[in-house]
Design a binder for this molecule. Structure first.
Ligand code: ADP
Ligand code: DP6
Ligand code: CO
Length: 319
């Protein structure tokens, strides 16, 4: 019997936004993330007469199914195994809304694949496998803070745990302004962003930003962590705006949320934003301020769902 694999989403504080090899999903930069307890995917594989993929109980066809089938074929070739598989997955996170569903999805799928074929793989190999499904998934193998070192080839591009059970007081408030699937996938958006005149600067800054973020974590410096994460996210979104042709994942409410974070900070409520490939905003704060921030957002936005997240665990299996 196959077991269900569970992986939690992660949110990058130093972001992956650009590939040097699309097929292997080798990145142009290293990234660093926080795994979240509140959001996860669960995936199970069973032998079947033909490949199928169901998500949240609904049979998938089209690009989402092809992505999964292509991934399974790639993994079957890699490990010299075969057979048709039925994939059943449940997302405890909005799909394709910029809340990192692909990170938990492909970490869970890689783990389910390894379990199904009883592959003798360690977490580093599992991270490389997950990377080939979605880059951000390489980091969801681990709990706490993880770093995906860019490496130079398939062999050395994997994530490793930085601190698996952090003691730091750090919370992430996911402000769900819109849970609908985005129009431009992360895969497409990051490729398009390479046409920005600022793209080389983005790459040049990666080593220093990563070192500074690691330092902020090591010293438990929330102010440094938050301001750096906010700057890094803004840099990423400046690439979409300055791409040729330009585009943005922001919606009017995204800007409103950015401004509210600034206002709160001016009033002494320390918080910072980070935003991924979607309109939803994530707020970094400390426990004492969560309630105040949530109240302010609920007052400012008519329809808003705010989910409080802390550090989540790495991969696990359910019987
Ligand atoms: P997100 O911001 O949610 O990570 P992406 O554009 O990176 O958005 O990836 C979303 C895509 O990931 C979906 O369109 C789908 O193809 C794939 N995906 C999401 N959840 C799952 C899942 N549980 N199993 C397999 N594939 C999934
Ligand atoms: C903005 O990992 O979703 O969330 O490798 O093409 O599947 P693919 O992209 P994906 O990109 C994530 C982009 C990001 C930043 C991050 O998670 O590092
Ligand atoms: Co994604």
């Amino acid at each position: 019997m196959s077991r269900t694999a569970r992986a939690h989403t992660n949110i990058a504080l130093i972001k992956y936004w650009g590939k040097k090899d699309a097929k292997l999903r080798l990145p142009l930069m290293s990234s660093l993330s926080m795994t979240l307890d509140a959001f996860y995917s669960e995936t199970k594989l069973t032998d079947a007469s033909e490949m199928s993929f169901s998500l949240n109980g609904v049979k998938q066809e089209g690009p989402a199914a092809s992505r999964v089938f292509n991934y399974l074929k790639l993994m079957q070739e890699r490990f010299g195994v075969s057979g048709s598989l039925a994939v059943e997955s449940i997302n405890h996170v909005p799909t394709a809304a910029g809340l990192a569903s692909s990170s938990s999805a492909f970490a869970a799928l890689a783990a389910a694949f390894a379990d199904h074929y009883q592959l003798d793989v360690d977490r580093q190999e599992l991270s490389r496998m997950a990377r080939m499904g979605s880059g951000s998934a390489s980091r969801s193998i681990y709990g706490g803070f993880a770093v995906w070192q860019k490496g130079s080839s398939d062999a050395d591009s994997f994530a490793y745990p930085l601190v698996e059970s952090p003691k730091m007081d750090l919370k992430l408030l996911a402000v769900e302004l819109n849970d609908q699937p985005k129009k431009i996938s992360s895969t497409k958006g990051m490729e398009a962003s390479k046409t920005s005149p600022f793209y080389q600067t983005w790459l040049d800054r990666n080593d220093q930003e990563l070192a500074d973020m690691e330092d902020a974590i090591k010293t438990g410096d929330f102010t440094k962590l938050g301001s750096l994460a906010e700057l890094n996210a803004s840099e990423m979104h400046s690439l979409t705006l300055t791409a040729q042709p330009g585009f943005t994942y922001f919606e009017p409410d995204t800007i409103k949320a950015i401004k509210l974070v600034g206002n709160l900070r001016e009033k002494g409520v320390e918080c910072y934003y980070t935003i991924d490939a979607g309109p939803n905003v994530k707020i970094l704060c400390q426990s004492q301020n969560c309630k105040k921030i949530i109240n302010n957002f609920e007052t400012a936005f008519e329809r808003v769902k705010i989910i409080e997240a802390g550090f989540g665990p790495g991969i696990s299996y359910q019987d």
